[in-house]
Design a protein around this ligand. Structure first.
Ligand SMILES: NC(=O)c1ccc[n+]([C@@H]2O[C@H](COP(=O)([O-])OP(=O)(O)OC[C@H]3O[C@@H](n4cnc5c(N)ncnc54)[C@H](OP(=O)(O)O)[C@@H]3O)[C@@H](O)[C@H]2O)c1
Length: 303
């Protein structure tokens, strides 16, 4: 048997629990892995709350991104074999917060040996999202990127990608994250009331792009800082972005491979700063559910 963290009903965290299941067997174009680390993302609790629909069968395994060692390959697979170290998106209905899981092979990439399993587990959702968010509209070196939620899992990576491209990154986050945000090379802007004025102080002519990882009134309060509202991209609140004339973040299939190379070469750091044992997966999800996580939260099954 194999442990997996699930929720048994839609709603709050009260029905989350660690259960046993048979080691999953890979279907068509799936890889079975022994999980070495799994990333936790806001999507995990949003799914549990039913915000993304209620069509998952219960109990529903949690966790969308994982890294591990291939233990079996399904049919239709080329390029992967038992024993390979890989990272990727977890196959629908499987869950990454587990001792073993299935990856969709089309989303899996080989884990370079320079990248730890813990860092690798942050790539499929968070780092790849940061890659897409900073490439959907390409800025020129020296142009200004305003990043809302710069201290979170996606934000810290997006800020570093901005530095690699020589953008001027203005990173909005809570006061406790000043050092973390500044460590990426970004200019720290404290979140909260008056944030637009604080941005104007350092960017009197406005900004060239807003990447939003927070949404709602925070996004609305700064939207005027970009001359062309089409240069608002939101991963957090597509409705607000569209209402303001901006766009929903578009995800691409190449992002995962591209950002894996950037991490492999040491140009950016995934900031997998908070790790929990699989037995404490509930605490890991709670840490992300506060909405104020610093960097990435990762769950590691017992060795
Ligand atoms: N569409 C996609 O494919 C996709 C993929 C990944 C993520 N997302 C979405 O993108 C968002 C960010 O994801 P994530 O993984 O980075 O989440 P996260 O790790 O929880 O980070 C969110 C960050 O938002 C900041 N924040 C919260 N309230 C704020 C406020 N009022 N003003 C400024 N910053 C604030 C928090 O920092 P402070 O503590 O400093 O406030 C926190 O660091 C989520 O909504 C997630 O669902 C979408």
């Amino acid at each position: 048997m194999s442990k997996v963290y699930v929720f048994t009903d839609y709603g709050g965290p009260g029905t989350q629990q660690l259960i046993d299941r048979p080691v999953p067997e890979p279907g068509h174009e799936e890889l079975a892995i022994e999980v070495r680390a799994a990333g936790v993302n806001p999507v995990d609790w949003k799914m549990r709350e039913g915000r993304l629909g209620r069509e998952w069968s219960l109990p529903a395994p949690m966790g969308r991104e994982a890294a591990g060692v291939v233990i079996a390959v399904g049919d239709g697979i080329e390029g992967f074999a038992v024993g390979d170290e890989v990272l990727g998106l977890v196959a629908p209905g499987q869950g990454g917060l587990a001792e073993h899981t299935l990856l969709s092979a089309s989303t899996a990439v080989a884990k370079p040996e320079e990248i730890s399993f813990i860092d690798a587990a942050t790539i499929p959702v968070a780092a790849a999202t940061a890659y897409d968010a900073t490439h959907q509209i390409e800025l020129e070196p020296g142009q200004t990127l305003l990043l809302l939620g710069a201290g979170g899992g996606v934000g810290l990576m997006a800020a570093q990608i901005g530095r690699v491209h020589e953008f001027t990154v203005l990173g909005v986050a809570g006061a406790a994250k000043r050092g973390l945000v500044e460590s990426t090379g970004a200019v720290f802007i404290e979140s909260g009331s008056g944030v637009a004025d604080r941005v104007r102080e350092v960017a009197p002519k406005g900004v060239d792009l807003i990447v939003d990882l927070v949404g709602g009134d925070v996004l609305r309060s700064v939207a005027d800082l970009v001359a062309d509202p089409a240069r608002i991209i939101s991963a957090a609140d597509p409705d607000a972005a569209v209402e303001l004339g901006g766009r929903t973040l578009a995800r691409t299939s190449e992002a995962m491979g591209k950002i894996t190379e950037v991490i492999q070469y040491g140009l950016v750091d995934p900031h997998a700063d908070t790790q929990y044992d699989l037995n404490d997966a509930g605490q890991a999800i709670a840490a992300v559910e506060t909405g104020h996580a610093a960097g990435k939260v990762v769950v590691v099954p017992e060795g």
